[in-house]
Design a protein around this ligand. Sequence first.
Ligand code: ZN
Length: 205
Amino acid sequence: MSADEQELPARTGVALRLDTGDRLRVVNTHGSQVVDLWAMAADDVLESMSMPHSRNPWFRLAPRPGDILVTNLRRPILRLLEDSSPGVHDTLIPSCDSERYRQLGAPPDHGSCTDNFHAALRAIGVDPPRAVPNAVNLWMNVIFQSNGTISIAAPVSKPGDYVLVEAEMDCIVALSACPHDLPPVQLNGIDCTPHDVAYAVIAHS
Ligand SMILES: [Zn+2]
């Protein structure tokens, strides 16, 4: 981990304020961890990064370097600047939550990205929306097949892969190291074990 990076422990979340032009690097330290990334306007958490609105001009399922991610009001909020991984990220599947884990038969106290989102915003003094916004699920490998079905496979990223995004407006971003650990779904890698990741904010100079 480089000197400017903070560790985000497995199964936890964090929220950060970014000014326009600030950059956020998210590092897949162990290579197989999915990280949900949300962004909301600094002055209105109900204006949030939206995957359907973002995919519309991309005409692709996942962003590539140079692509802009927009809000539900179609305003640019983040731009993907760099991606050292093969670029496999999910924009289709909603963040995990306690109801989804109940459906999957997990223990009632199983953590979730939605719980992490709510806790992370409260930790910086922001009242979070009850309904979690769309995230881009970094490194989540959702395979869309020509017959219209989708499936989840292990990430194809490698240890140390990173993405770098830049804030296009003053915003709040949140990250969750997804706690999914339920085999046989290899969402967080073939060992079905959540791992820590790292992040760094590079302030606009
Ligand atoms: Zn999750």
